[in-house]
Write a protein that binds this ligand. Structure first.
Ligand SMILES: Cc1cc2nc3c(=O)[nH]c(=O)nc-3n(C[C@H](O)[C@H](O)[C@H](O)COP(=O)(O)O)c2cc1C
Length: 162
């Protein structure tokens, strides 16, 4: 987007910090506000049980209730939406977001972080945003622990290119 005074927002969910890392880099690069999605009930699962818990949430198509937003996404023009990949798709808090906020007419960038299998995550998100202008998509392989510097650079360059 060319205009100087457009309002920019980065919305993300992050369970273990990978998506948060790139979301914050993007927001810093383009001067965007940040909105972290927080489920009212976040299970503090660790070890293998987190996969059972998270995976079952996705399979059951859960849309957990979120804590109130500090900003209204409708007030923004360019909105970047980021998710971890769970069970080959976007996370339940993002399902809540996409089904409760009207993103029609907005310019959207989509990003994900994953453990090597991004699968149809970004396609599935795009399919929920049929009335938005999808300006770009990018994914990252666990940026907290794998090639962090390069991931931050890619995140900043991508956000700046939208
Ligand atoms: C419940 C659960 C399911 C996951 N499913 C996948 C998957 O299908 N494909 C994949 O590549 N990574 C999968 N992962 C790994 C995460 O996508 C990856 O670690 C991601 O960067 C985590 O983001 P976060 O640190 O922001 O929470 C899964 C992780 C969890 C906890």
């Amino acid at each position: 987007m060319e205009e100087k005074n457009i309002k920019k927002l980065v919305i993300y969910y992050s369970f273990e910090g990978n998506t948060k890392l790139v979301a914050e880099a993007m927001a810093e690069a383009i001067g965007a506000d940040l909105l972290q999605l927080r489920p009212k009930k976040e299970l503090k699962s660790t070890g293998f049980s987190k996969y059972l818990w998270g995976g079952s949430q996705v399979v059951m198509k859960k849309k957990p209730e979120l804590l109130p937003f500090e900003v209204n996404p409708r007030d923004y023009d360019l909105i970047l939406i980021g998710t971890p990949v769970w069970a080959w798709t976007y996370t339940p808090p993002i399902a809540t977001l996409l089904s409760t906020v009207d993103f029609s007419g907005k310019t959207i960038g989509l990003f994900s972080t994953h453990g090597g299998q991004n699968a149809k995550t970004l396609i599935n998100m795009r399919n929920q945003l049929k009335n938005s202008n999808i300006a770009g998509e990018i994914d990252f392989f666990e940026p907290l622990t794998k090639d962090t510097g390069n991931a931050i650079k890619r995140a900043k360059e991508w956000a700046s290119s939208l």
